[in-house]
Design a protein around this ligand. Structure first.
Ligand SMILES: [Zn+2]
Length: 377
């Protein structure tokens, strides 16, 4: 399958060839391959020298492998981009048709040879199309998991544990205090508030890619079948989810609605919109925010959130540690988030662990709202 897939890819010719056409290649470095010879953090991101690519680069590069569509991982301006079809589509929706010089879609489980390594994408359970990228070179397999969660989420393919030698994990919620709990309990809190204040509108801050659609599906799953209202900035991505078979029920745009007609309704909006002048079109709105950070009361207060909803698209502390265990990896690289506690936990278990010190991640989901999202509004 791997060979077949890579042959197909070569025939499609979407990507410029790597490591072909040379009669002789310097492979002397292969004899003593250490993990850091395969993947190395550089200012542009995670660099795979023997494969000739970067993973989720924060600067324009010749060849990028992208884990998922959030803007801190998927940036425009690269030469060739390899990602799942959904991630490519989302990049196109956000950045326009010319977001990269060339693109190539890869399916989950498909193997492609790039230079001296082979790569395989596996579901990350984070948002639609999100992937972990397994990079194998000789006997060593490194998995760069991007952002991931092991909690159930019907809007995307569930997270898959990939056995590997080195596991690169995020640490957005890498502290024992972060335990997200059951997302549907949070949704019930929201509906209880809607029932309690029928004269008010409920405004739920949620990131437009992933979180918003998950909140809608969670609402439908507990039987909420009224129309759900959307801020204009969420329309494109949400319609895209529907086009990929995620059923969301009746959705309406807020634009053009009479203020009084929004009493008793639920509206989803980018987090930035829930604190600006836009909220004046709602009758006495209850402001909610769906994020793993809502576990921290001070954060909710700081943002003026009346109804914090602890719903996260990242693994919590238990999810991170259980996943690290399950991969069987002896070496863990920890990145973007609260690295120290997780590195300490790994070391105490006898694993080799280190922080990666990559910069430029955590800007979109569960972080601050990107300028791009404001622009879309
Ligand atoms: Zn993300």
């Amino acid at each position: 399958m791997g060979r077949e897939a890579s042959r197909r890819v070569r025939e499609r010719g979407d990507l410029p060839p790597v490591g072909r056409g040379k009669k002789r290649r310097d492979t002397s470095y292969i004899t003593q391959m250490r993990p850091q010879d395969i993947l190395m953090p550089v200012p542009a991101g995670l660099c795979c020298k023997p494969g000739g690519f970067h993973i989720d680069p924060v600067r324009p590069v010749e060849r990028a492998l992208i884990t998922h569509g959030h803007s801190d991982h998927a940036r425009p301006g690269h030469g060739a981009v390899l990602a799942t079809q959904e991630t490519l589509d989302m990049m196109r929706l956000r950045y326009g048709d010319n977001f990269a010089r060339s693109t190539q879609a890869i399916a989950y489980g498909e193997q492609i040879k790039l230079g001296d390594v082979s790569v395989k994408f596996h579901p990350a359970g984070h948002v639609l199309g999100s992937a972990q990228i397994a990079v194998s070179c000789r006997d060593t397999c490194i998995v760069a998991s991007g952002d991931y969660k092991d909690a159930a989420d019907p809007t995307c393919v569930p997270f898959e544990v990939v056995r590997c030698d080195v596991f690169i994990t995020e640490a957005t919620f890498g502290l024992p205090v972060f335990r997200h709990g059951d997302a549907s309990d949070e949704i019930k809190k929201l509906l209880a508030s809607v029932a309690l204040f029928p004269e008010r509108a409920h405004l739920v801050g949620a990131y437009s890619l992933g979180k918003a659609q998950r909140v809608i599906v969670l609402l439908r799953a507990v039987g909420y079948d009224a129309p759900i209202y959307l801020h204009g900035a969420m329309e494109k991505i949400t319609r895209y989810y529907e086009s990929r078979g995620v059923a969301l029920g009746e959705l309406r745009l807020v634009k053009g609605m009479k203020k009084s007609d929004l009493a008793g309704t639920i509206t989803l909006a980018p987090p930035s919109a829930t604190s600006d002048i836009w909220t004046r079109r709602f009758p006495d709105p209850v402001t909610a925010f769906a994020s793993g950070w809502m576990r921290v009361r001070a954060r909710a207060r700081q943002r003026g959130v009346e109804l914090p909803l602890v719903i996260s698209d990242h693994a919590d502390w238990d999810g991170l540690t259980a996943t690290i265990d399950a991969t069987g990896a002896g070496e863990i690289w920890v990145t973007h988030g609260q690295e120290d506690a997780l590195v300490h936990w790994c070391t105490a278990k006898g694993l080799t662990a280190r922080p990666l010190d990559l910069v430029g991640y955590g800007d979109e989901d569960e972080g601050d709202v990107p300028a791009a999202e404001d622009a879309e509004a």
